[in-house]
Ligand binder design. Structure first.
Ligand code: ZN
Length: 381
């Protein structure tokens, strides 16, 4: 008897979640259409709908287009029932966004980073969260969670085990933020988050097997297989920035030598540039002004990006590769050498059905990705 009751509760919870999910994905939609598509009976659907309306998660507008007979009342997802905070911690910036439950950005905060100690970054993050909370509209649920993307190795429990380019190890970011704000906190590798951001809202919406290359100060790769983020057993997948492309090569921040990111990242670009050039933006400006040295630097970086991409395309046979993060700003200069390197090196079989794109969300891929994780967590309750 006890088991049966428990099972009934699980079934009820799952069916209600199914109805909710259907409204989110297919809105505007009527009760009758939900019953028809889900196979649940109309009374059950109506019960869940009433509950969801009382919870302010959906609302009615009415009447919709009739297919004969009484015109149905139409249901909508209440995307303003609460808000999510998505934070992208780069090596040289912090970007925070406040989104509604459909991933629309309402407010954003940006700050360049010159020091990356945990205390400094934590201070900036807290200031940003506070001002987003002060400025957000009123809603039933307020902040439903905080997501943070970091350039490092994050385990399934949300501990940042190692972020070499920030100089962090064993950081309990999730615990620290949850203590302060008492909302669910999700910490994710920035490339994983960026892959999901592009898949849900950006360049990857029509693709199933995606490699998202996050090319910033370091390089990480988010891997989407059959529409699902592939995380590996502990969440450490995608550390391809540290695949070795020259066994006696340049030192890398990870302690090894010859890693891909030592040659193809924003940091590599800045190391190769003249000493007085301090930013990617300056180099882009120089290239725009037809500076030969700057253009040839981008060509080198593009070639190196292409070599690494060759290795992972040959491994995964993806249907799409998306280049994102800071180096995507230099698309105009990087795209030709990347394409050329792949065309001349990668096995031809892979190339027929391969799409190569730059990120569509620009600097927002990671922050929107972590915000999507937060919303998903809230919706699945
Ligand atoms: Zn390395």
């Amino acid at each position: 008897m006890g088991t049966k009751t428990w099972n009934q509760q699980v079934v009820k919870k799952n069916n209600k979640a199914l109805v909710f999910q259907m409204i989110i994905e297919k809105e505007p939609i009527s009760r009758a259409d939900i019953a028809q598509i889900s196979g649940l009976n109309k009374t059950t659907v109506s019960t869940f709908v009433t509950e969801l309306i009382e919870e302010d998660l959906i609302f009615e507008s009415g009447p919709g287009v009739s297919s004969g007979g009484r015109r149905p009342v139409i249901l909508h997802f209440n995307k303003n029932a609460g808000f999510a905070i998505g934070i992208d911690i780069g090596v040289n910036y912090v970007l925070s966004v406040l989104t509604d439950l459909k991933g629309n950005i309402l407010i954003e905060k940006n700050q360049p980073l010159t020091r990356t100690t945990y205390a400094t970054v934590m201070g900036i993050v807290q200031d940003m969260i506070q001002s987003l909370m002060d400025e957000m509209p009123k809603s039933r649920y307020g902040i439903v969670g905080i997501g943070v993307g970091v350039p490092g190795i994050v385990n399934n429990e949300g501990t940042i085990l190692l972020a070499p380019n920030l100089g962090w190890s064993n950081i309990q970011f999730k615990e620290d933020l949850e203590k302060l704000y008492e909302v669910p906190v999700i910490i994710e590798n920035e490339a994983n988050a960026g892959a999901v951001g592009e898949q849900q809202f950006g360049a990857g919406q029509d693709n199933e097997n995606i490699l998202y290359i996050s090319a910033g100060i370091g390089i990480g790769v988010g891997i989407i297989v059959n529409k699902e983020l592939y995380k590996g057993i502990n969440g450490f997948s995608g550390e391809m920035g540290h695949m070795i492309i020259d066994m006696n090569g340049k030192r890398c921040n990870c302690g090894s030598r010859g890693c891909w990111e030592a040659y193809a990242s924003e940091q590599a670009l800045l190391e190769m540039a003249d000493e007085n050039i301090d930013s990617l933006e300056t180099l882009i400006q120089l290239a725009e002004n037809n500076d030969k040295k700057a253009k040839s630097l981008f060509e080198d970086i593009g070639n190196y990006l292409g070599f690494g991409m060759n290795n992972i395309i040959n491994t995964f046979n993806p249907d799409q590769v998306i280049i994102g993060n800071r180096l995507a700003l230099a698309k105009k200069w990087l795209e030709a050498p990347i394409r050329n390197t792949i065309e001349t090196h990668t096995l031809a079989f892979h190339q027929n059905d391969l799409q190569l794109n730059f990120s569509k969300l620009g600097k927002y891929s990671t922050s929107l990705g972590v915000s999507a994780f937060v919303v998903d967590n809230f919706i699945k309750g």
